[in-house]
Design a protein around this ligand. Structure first.
Ligand SMILES: Nc1ncnc2c1ncn2[C@@H]1O[C@H](COP(=O)(O)OP(=O)(O)O)[C@@H](O)[C@H]1O
Ligand SMILES: O=C(O)C1=C[C@@H](OP(=O)(O)O)[C@@H](O)[C@H](O)C1
Ligand SMILES: [Mg+2]
Length: 170
């Protein structure tokens, strides 16, 4: 979980490979179910419809009850209707990034329509989203500081520690 460009796809795919688990991207699942791009769904049916598809998708994943590494869209956790399901989905990792890191990564991105002032748009949206990501996450890592390999090691270490702590409690 994280802002657009925080690395959900890249980190998710690598983590799945290292943990020997299947990888699933919620946006990609929606696109393949609908046979339409995210942009087409937004244009044709509007955002609330897309958000309802996200909700349906994560409910199905909970019912599936299968170990997976999942990337969710940046807007999914912001929807109140999804927050109760997110907790049931499993361990939630927040890829936290600064405005500067995100602006660097999202420059020229076709999926993040920034218009004129990219850092300003990121700053505004992040101010709303970061507290929600903080609240909804079990594990947090800062991305954009250390090299990718180091970040992956940090995530795996934090995951192990988290699982050990949960086992102790149960
Ligand atoms: N830890 C990282 N260090 C440097 N670049 C990264 C890192 N994680 C992701 N990126 C790059 O940032 C961009 C956005 O990553 P991506 O995984 O597509 O983000 P998201 O799925 O969260 O939108 C890609 O070009 C990706 O290669
Ligand atoms: O920020 C958002 O509201 C969205 C982020 C996108 O996912 P990424 O986080 O992979 O860009 C995608 O779900 C959709 O375009 C809406
Ligand atoms: Mg992505």
């Amino acid at each position: 979980m994280g802002f657009n460009g925080s690395g959900k796809t890249r980190v998710g795919k690598r983590l799945a490979k290292d943990l020997n688990l299947p990888y699933l991207d919620v946006d990609k699942s929606i696109v393949s179910h609908m046979k339409m791009s995210v942009n087409e769904i937004y244009t044709k049916f509007g955002e609330p419809f897309f958000r309802a598809l996200e909700t349906r998708e994560i409910k199905e994943l909970i019912e599936l009850d299968k170990p997976l590494v999942i990337s969710i869209g940046a807007g999914l956790p912001i929807q109140e209707q999804n927050q109760k399901y997110l907790k049931d989905l499993g361990i939630v990792i927040y890829l936290k990034a600064s405005v500067e890191t995100l602006a660097k990564r999202l420059e020229g991105s076709s999926s993040f329509h920034a218009g004129e002032n990219l850092p300003e748009k990121i700053k505004k949206l992040l101010a709303v989203r970061d507290p929600v990501y903080e609240k909804m996450s079990d594990i947090q890592v800062v991305t954009g500081v250390k090299p990718f390999e180091g970040l992956i090691c940090e995530i795996k270490e934090k995951l192990e520690n988290y699982q050990k702590t949960v086992e102790k409690i149960q």
